[in-house]
Each structure stands twice: as C-alpha cells, then as structure tokens.
Design a protein around this ligand. Structure first.
Ligand SMILES: Cc1ncc(COP(=O)(O)O)c(C=O)c1O
Length: 458
C-alpha cells in the first residue's frame, strides 16, 4: 500500500515566516488588566481568551525566524497549496499599464479564501490541547466557513456568530458552514448578554465584528471545553498566512521577478501580512526598496482616519487591550458588501507597521472596487484590485515598468448578489456616518484617558 497523502509540491513552504525575529519591536504589549481593575467599565476580565500555549507563544516569539508547520497541517495545505501566481496580461493591456501585474490567488480552495491557512492551523492546535468546540465571530463569512471546515476535519464542534448584515446579503455562507457541521447564529442575537444589550438599544442593528466576537467570547466562556478563536489581527494569525508571501517569492523568482510594490486589502491585517511580511524581509535582506500598500474600505477607514490608541477588538471588553489604529470598538460601519473589511481596527502588527511607515494605507469605496475587472474576486479582494489600478495609473510612462504583486484573498462566487446589483447600477458609494464616527472616536479617546489615569494611580 502506498502513502495516501497528497504529494507535497516542492514550492510548498515547510515553515511559517516570523517577522518578529527581524523586527522584535512589533511585539506590542497589552495593557495589564489587574492595573485597571474596577476602573474601566468597558474592560472585561479578559480571562476567556485561553489559547493553547503553542499558539500564544507564536504571537510573541522573537527567537525563531522560521517556525515549522506541523506535519498534519502541511498535509492539509498540500491539498490546495501552492496557490496560483499569474500575470494579469489582459488587464495590463486594458489599462495600457506601464507595469507587470502579478496576482496571487487564494480563492481556489473549498472554503474560498486565505482564511483556511490559519483555520487549519488553529483547529490543529486547539484539538491537540483537548478543546472540544471552537466559538467565533465572522463578518464576511469567509473565516466562519474556513473554521467550520477545519473543525470538521479535526473533529471539533464549531459555533459561529455571523454579522447580521452579511448573513442577510449572502445566506448561502451560513448554509455552507452548516454543511460542515457548524452551528450558525445571526449576530446580534438574543442568546448572549452582549447581543441583547445591542438589540435593546437598536432592534434593527446591522451587527459588527466586535459584537459578533463579543457574543462568541461570552458563549465560549460558559463552557470549560470551548474556546474562542479569531480569524485575523493576532500575530499568530498573520504568521500562519505567511505561506502566501513565501510561495509568491519563489514563484516570482522562477520568472526572474521581484515586486516593486505589494498590494492587499486590509481587514485586521492577516491577508496583508500574509503576502507582505515575507516580501518585506526578502527586500530587507537584498537591500531593495519595496512599497507595501494596504487597501481598506472607505466605510471603515481605520488606517486613514483612525487613531493609534489602546483599544479592544470585541464588544464584551475581554480581548487584550492593545495599541492599534482604530475607529473605536463602538463604531458601526455602514453595511458594505466587503463585510471582511468592516473591522473597526487593524491588528497590532499591521498598526505598528503603519505607525513606523512600513506600509502605506489607501481607502477605496465599494463602488470603485466593483468596477475592477478580471477574475471574480471577493468584494474585499476587489478593493485591492482597485487600489492596484490606482497605483499603476500613477506610475510615470517614461519610467521602468512597475512590477506589482496583488493578493486576491478570495473568490466572489457567493457574492453574485452583490455583483448583479452592481451590474444593475444599484451599488452606491458608501461613507461613514460622520456623527457616529466622531462619537466612537471620542469614546476611544476617553477610554485611553482612563487607561492613562489608572496607570498613574498605580
Ligand atoms: C475575502 C477576504 N479578503 C480579505 C479579508 C480581510 O482579511 P484580514 O482581516 O485578514 O485583513 C477578509 C475578511 O473576512 C475576506 O473574507
């Protein structure tokens, strides 16, 4: 009998790339809750975030530049990786671009996006730690789908709180998660204290990632065998995504290419980090300049309009209080189709990169993103395509052609409702509700004032 595992392609990375080794300054510390005890109503206990040690260590490891991918996870990666890297020749022609445009395509796995790269890793670590169920919040549904599938493979239960506006836009995402055995709830729900609080204030609330995460944390905390897991933002999640950038480097090397510019959309940063971090290190190693562009939605402009302050990433107040670019955890973005770009803050690592000038941020409206053509990207990825078209159009005609690498984080096949609304001319440009945005930013500033006062008093 032969080995029944999928043969591993030699280009499949065997390790994750850890930027914290090269740039330990990106390990940001969380505000100590014991110092804040009793002083900050918005800050919960924080005790519910119990990660397996192996996973928690990955977020603070500065010792190892490369971290081995467990064999079982590698076998699962081998079923869909390496993902394709292609040159967008027809788009180059259509744009008349003075550029060579390459795209990495993360949409060609069963669940439809890059989220599977970390879902498989996290489900593996939680299963090994003896956990029985993972509970999570999902915005666009891509993370929820990926986690539901990974849990099924690892024999774990899975409960997903999905943001109401996106579940209504694409109910089929919920069906897919159920197909993989997950229990799916619309968020905000009546099942949790957080959900009930939000619904009491606004029965028609469209939901946010922060509320969905808050509900998931509450439910996970009620059962000793369940744990909360998160699909983006944390350093360990960005680490798992670095298979994308590492593959892109070796695929481009076969073509004798290295990008001048890397572009990806930004939810909380795992998709961006996954492609950009290995390329940043490769550029540093070879002393080449590189431009890293993170494209966010104008509906949720945390990098371009947010503050770099301490914030939470859930509405219950239990996630670590870290320094991030944020619009405030109470900010409710308008319900755009790119639900995965609605997170109110970037993760700590992407935020630190923005603060030190390592990344450039750009906000794109959903209407502009739907005008981008080529393959059928997820609405989130369409923001990166539109951002890329903007970068390319500004590149001077007489200069050497710009080599651009863009990450297409997922497919848009379950977003056909949005595409047909676009074709019918029904997609509107979306801007934040300015009054709600400034209210949320003020609350964020007050929260930071209270942190500073608590720190002074201890
Ligand atoms: C297809 C797709 N692309 C990008 C993102 C944003 O991801 P990240 O938080 O990793 O930046 C999401 C998030 O849900 C997504 O579903």
């Amino acid at each position: 009998m032969g080995d029944n595992r999928t043969p591993r392609d030699p280009q499949l990375p065997t390790h994750w790339f850890n930027i914290l080794h090269d740039r330990p300054q990106y390990v940001t510390s969380a505000v100590s809750r014991s110092r804040l005890a009793g002083r900050l109503e918005a800050a919960g206990e924080g005790a519910l975030l119990q990660q397996p040690l192996s996973l928690a260590r990955q977020s603070i490891n500065t010792a190892d530049r490369f971290i081995p991918i467990p064999d079982e996870v590698l076998d699962l990666y081998a079923q869909y990786r390496p993902t394709p890297l292609r040159r967008a020749v027809r788009l180059e022609e259509r744009l008349g671009a003075n550029a060579r445009i390459y795209y990495k395509y993360e949409g060609a796995n069963l669940t439809g996006s890059h989220k599977l790269n970390t879902a498989l890793a996290q489900a593996y670590y939680y299963a090994r730690a003896g956990v029985k169920r993972i509970v999570t919040g999902t915005a666009a549904g891509q993370w929820g789908t990926a986690l539901a599938y990974a849990c099924q493979i690892m024999n774990l239960g899975c409960t997903v709180f999905m943001v109401r506006s996106t579940l209504h836009q694409k109910p089929i995402r919920g069906e897919m998660m159920r197909l993989f055995g997950a229990v799916v709830h619309e968020s905000p729900s009546e099942l949790t204290e957080v959900g009930r609080r939000v619904l009491k204030e606004d029965p028609g609330a469209t939901g946010t990632q922060a509320v969905a995460n808050g509900e998931a944390l509450e439910v996970a905390g009620e059962d000793g065998q369940s744990r909360f897991a998160v699909g983006s933002g944390e350093n360990s999640v960005l680490l798992h995504q670095t298979v994308i950038g590492q593959e892109a480097i070796s695929q481009l090397a076969l073509l004798d290419e290295f990008p001048d510019c890397v572009i990806a959309c930004m939810g909380a940063g795992s998709n961006f980090g996954g492609i950009a971090l290995p390329l940043l290190a490769a550029a540093d190693d070879s002393r080449r300049p590189i431009r890293l562009v993170a494209v966010e939605s104008t509906a949720c402009p945390k990098l371009t309009r947010g503050r770099y302050l301490y914030d939470l990433s859930d509405a219950l107040g239990n996630t670590p209080i870290t320094k991030v670019y944020s619009l405030g955890s109470t900010y409710v973005p308008p319900p755009v189709y790119a639900g995965g770009l609605r997170h109110h803050s970037a993760g700590p690592l992407a935020s630190a990169m923005h603060a030190d000038g390592s990344l450039e941020a750009m906000a794109i409206d959903q209407l502009t993103s739907f005008r981008a053509e080529g393959i059928l990207p997820a609405p989130e990825s369409a923001h990166a395509v539109a951002g890329m078209m903007d970068v390319v159009s500004r590149h001077p005609r007489g200069a050497a052609p710009l080599v651009v690498l863009v990450n297409i984080s997922g497919h848009g096949l379950l977003d056909l409702g949005a595409y047909s609304r676009f074709a019918a001319g029904e997609i509107e440009p979306v801007t934040p509700d300015e009054a709600r945005l400034s209210q949320s930013l003020s609350a964020l500033e007050e929260f930071n004032q209270a942190i500073a006062e608590a720190a002074e008093a201890t």
